[in-house]
Design a protein around this ligand. Structure first.
Ligand SMILES: CC(C)(COP(=O)(O)OP(=O)(O)OC[C@H]1O[C@@H](n2cnc3c(N)ncnc32)[C@H](O)[C@@H]1OP(=O)(O)O)[C@@H](O)C(=O)NCCC(=O)NCCS
Length: 194
């Protein structure tokens, strides 16, 4: 789930990942809509990715400026167009306020994928991440995945509580995981099996 988004490759990409090469399904919950991430979402996503507190347990430090987030989103859209990942922007159904991001990456058709999620801090503690994660898990099950994995930094208790609430179980302790070149953190791997 904590994919290294280091490369920040790719030029400006404006296509939504909704063409035939990358079918992307919008999802909905009681309070949220989940829609294919678009480059235009980068400014809103910077509210999370540029927030050092929200990024405390991410593999990479907070983005230094909105331009860095644009580059990361461009790379996410490229991955999605290759079919390797699915990224959803989360918005409130009530007024379409941007709430955060949820993704399936490393998609191994018929087998498994990794899940990731991040919310703008003012939307924490309302059960919104849980709602989004449950919708993405249901989608994963529907497309035939058998399990979904999540790797969390050891002290990311909010994420651990969320994962356990939706049925993930701990499968591995990874005491020295190299989160980025030369930087190691203790991590835990979780799995939800359908
Ligand atoms: C991880 C993250 C998404 C969790 O967000 P969150 O808001 O705590 O998660 P949830 O949506 O599950 O909300 C749960 C909390 O809302 C509370 N809540 C309030 N109203 C609720 C409702 N209607 N339904 C459910 N829960 C509700 C719950 O009591 C719960 O609090 P608790 O965990 O203290 O018991 C958020 O902390 C985040 O974006 N972190 C930064 C990025 C990150 O680390 N991502 C994960 C990398 S592995």
């Amino acid at each position: 789930m904590l994919l290294p988004k280091s490369s920040c490759l790719g030029g400006p990409v404006t296509t939504r990942c909704d063409g035939n090469s990358c079918p992307m399904t919008d999802l909905a919950t009681a309070r949220l809509v989940l829609e294919a991430l678009a480059l235009e979402d980068a400014r809103d996503l910077f509210a999370v990715r540029g927030d050092p507190e929200a990024m405390a347990f991410w593999d990479w430090p907070a983005d230094p400026n909105p331009e860095a987030t644009v580059a990361v989103v461009a790379e996410m859209i490229r991955e999605a167009s290759d079919g390797h990942a699915k990224y959803w922007a989360l918005r409130l159904r009530s007024d379409r306020t941007f709430v955060g991001l949820c993704d399936l990456s490393e998609v191994r058709p018929g087998d498994s994928a990794d899940i990731g999620f991040m919310l703008v801090r003012r939307h924490w503690d309302q059960g919104l991440a849980q709602e989004a994660v449950m919708a993405v898990l249901e989608y994963a099950r529907e497309i035939g995945l058998r399990s979904v994995y999540a790797r969390v930094h050891d002290q990311n208790e909010r994420s651990v509580r969320l994962l356990k609430r939706v049925g993930f179980v701990a499968v591995q302790m990874i005491p020295h995981f190299e989160i980025r070149p030369g930087v190691f953190r203790s991590c835990r791997s979780f799995r939800k099996t359908f």
